[in-house]
Design a protein around this ligand. Sequence first.
Ligand SMILES: Cc1cc2nc3c(=O)[nH]c(=O)nc-3n(C[C@H](O)[C@H](O)[C@H](O)COP(=O)(O)OP(=O)(O)OC[C@H]3O[C@@H](n4cnc5c(N)ncnc54)[C@H](O)[C@@H]3O)c2cc1C
Length: 311
Amino acid sequence: MKSVTVVGSGIIGLTSARSLQEAGFQVKLIAKEKFANTLSHKVGAIWFPFEIAPKEKTNIWATQSYTRYLKDLASPSGVSVIPFINAYTTDSNTDWKEQLPKGKVREATKAELPKGMDQALYAEVPLIEPRLYLPYLFNQFISNGGKFEIGFIASLEEMADLDNLVVNCTGLGAKELCQDDELYPIRGQILRCEKMDSVSFADPTKKGALRYIINRSTDTVIGGTDYENDWSQEVNPDDTKLILNRAKDSGIKEEPKILEELVGLRPKRTAVRFEYDPEFKNVFHNYGHGGAGYTVAWGCALELADLLKGG
Ligand SMILES: Cc1cc2nc3c(=O)[nH]c(=O)nc-3n(C[C@H](O)[C@H](O)[C@H](O)COP(=O)(O)OP(=O)(O)OC[C@H]3O[C@@H](n4cnc5c(N)ncnc54)[C@H](O)[C@@H]3O)c2cc1C
């Protein structure tokens, strides 16, 4: 059996590891932290291509991921399909609606629009709850013979020495590891609140004024911010006020009861890095999925397994 080591235990590392196991590889996972401490654990996560490029590739990965998530609906995986209202303007890229199965997207009616939205699409999309989905994937990985180890990889040389084949899923960690100038953070602050009644929606139409609500099974996430090149991981009380005000302006009647304020840095890249390293030829890079890691994770993982199987 061919062996492969995956570095990174976020959504990209775990889906890569599972997909490679399904393709018949013996897989080892190494990460500097467990899945519960990753960026991937903190977020929404809704199927929606936000802040990711290039669209020619990410559209395909998003479609494949959508289909793959439907397979997890039957198990206690934290995946469900929910209605999601997404604002757009004439300047918006609405290509994503073409990626959905027939009958799963339409224009939102005036009555469905949250306050302050002029135009939106009403779509049925996967909601992937990280607190349930990451342990679900990890347990599947272990019960299929996977081995996990905590470890920090300091350089590409060190990474290349790990195994005959290595997959780099280190998210923003790849900036230092690969000296990658094309990778940068987009800071997102969010509020995890007691469960509310609101429909899930997003208004990504104005850069710097992102607002969204993701209603999950036991809590509600209110967002957010999208500050480019902001490395701060500290909660900013002014951002909390801003997020609450934007939620109020959207017509939310309930007073949100905040359980947790969270900050995450989206690993944005000019284009997702999905290729073999030109120098360390046994290393395959799979990082830089911006604000849409969950949206494209399975598409990338399945293509990765096909490529690696082909040698
Ligand atoms: C506020 C916010 C909301 C979001 N909402 C959504 C959403 O609704 N839908 C969606 O699709 N996406 C969403 N995203 C984006 C999504 O969270 C990311 O794209 C995704 O989590 C990236 O996953 P990853 O596995 O690449 O990175 P990470 O989760 O950061 O995992 C990286 C892994 O690499 C390891 N690592 C890093 N460096 C090293 C090293 N040198 N040595 C060893 N290990 C290392 C880390 O320990 C970790 O295990 C959101 C992001 C934010 C910030």
